[in-house]
Design a protein around this ligand. Structure first.
Ligand SMILES: [Zn+2]
Length: 303
């Protein structure tokens, strides 16, 4: 597979790697500017990132990863004395962000049917089977992982309102609902350092706006654009964007770049290529989804 390369991704060299005891040979941890730790899973194609955000008195965590390995001991190690009061938020209910949720007492997220339903039912192995193909793993399955049993377990969920402020001690982090990728997508904005945690909506890789089912939810490209506008208006003093896949940090100019790409797709100015790749779990015959290629990223859309 194209994504596989024996060398570590070059972008990791920009950040300070933390030596951790509980990485399990699976998780890696990096220290980012602004009292933030990133926990990543570079051995799975999703290359998903979780974040721990520290204030003077409390910490907040964004997402719990794929649930392939146990993230809890690592979070305990990194959060230290902040672990007992740690709050966890999901940027949305997709499996790659919610897999470790059940290991914690409660997780907050946007108040939608999708997020409420998934917390109650979880996601069974069958809809996730494309994710556990051995080709999705850089060095094969981690020890003890049983692909046929991989699923998202139910978890305790608490809805979080748009504009809710997490007070971490000398640091306020705002929860902002941003539908588009899915109806329950949300971002976190750190008012102290101007850091936007943008989840799956602003990054340089494949951007997904094609979901339309009860498990993965519903994308909406017009909502996506409206959410990017909302972020621009709400995040005064925005300085950097931390994202949930691939390289951790991107520049605020990415908002305009991605918004322009979405507008080009809607208006027909951009031409897409019909998507056939069964490996990624969105095979359709005849194909109705297209991948649109832009400078440094692509958009997969249902039109
Ligand atoms: Zn994701």
């Amino acid at each position: 597979m194209k994504w596989k390369s024996p060398e570590p991704r070059e972008y990791y060299s920009k950040y300070k790697k933390i030596d951790v005891k509980n990485g399990n040979g699976w998780f890696e941890c990096y220290e980012l500017p602004g009292d933030v730790y990133a926990i990543c899973e570079p051995q799975h194609l999703q290359e998903v990132n979780c974040f721990l955000i520290f204030g003077k008195e409390r910490a907040l965590m964004l997402d719990t990863g794929m649930g392939i390995c146990n993230i809890r001991p690592l979070v305990q190690e990194l959060a230290g004395g902040y672990f007992d009061t740690l709050q966890i938020v999901n940027c949305h209910a997709h499996f790659d962000h919610t897999g470790g949720n059940w290991r914690f007492h409660e997780v907050l997220g946007a108040d939608t049917d999708l997020s409420r339903r998934q917390a109650i039912t979880g996601v069974g192995s069958e809809p996730l089977s494309s994710q556990t193909d051995e080709d999705m793993f850089l060095f094969g399955y981690p020890q003890g992982f049983k692909p046929e049993e991989y699923c998202i377990r139910p978890y305790e969920f608490r809805p979080c309102a748009d504009g809710h402020l997490f007070e971490l001690g000398g640091r306020t982090v705002e929860f902002i609902t941003t539908p588009g990728h899915t109806e329950d997508h949300a971002m976190l904005y750190d008012h102290r350092d101007g850091i936007l945690f943008a989840g799956d909506m602003i990054y340089f890789g494949a951007i997904y706006v094609q979901f339309n089912n009860d498990i993965l939810g519903h994308s909406n490209i017009e909502d996506y654009i409206a959410s990017l506008d909302k972020i621009k208006a709400r995040c005064k003093g925005l300085r950097s964007i931390y994202v949930s896949h691939n390289d951790f940090i991107t520049d605020p100019s990415a908002i305009e770049t991605i918004k322009a790409a979405m507008e080009d797709i809607i208006s027909g100015r951009a031409a897409g290529k019909p998507l056939h790749d069964a490996m990624y779990g969105y095979y359709q015959d005849p194909p109705t989804m297209k991948e649109y290629f832009f400078d440094g990223f692509s958009v997969i859309a249902d039109r």
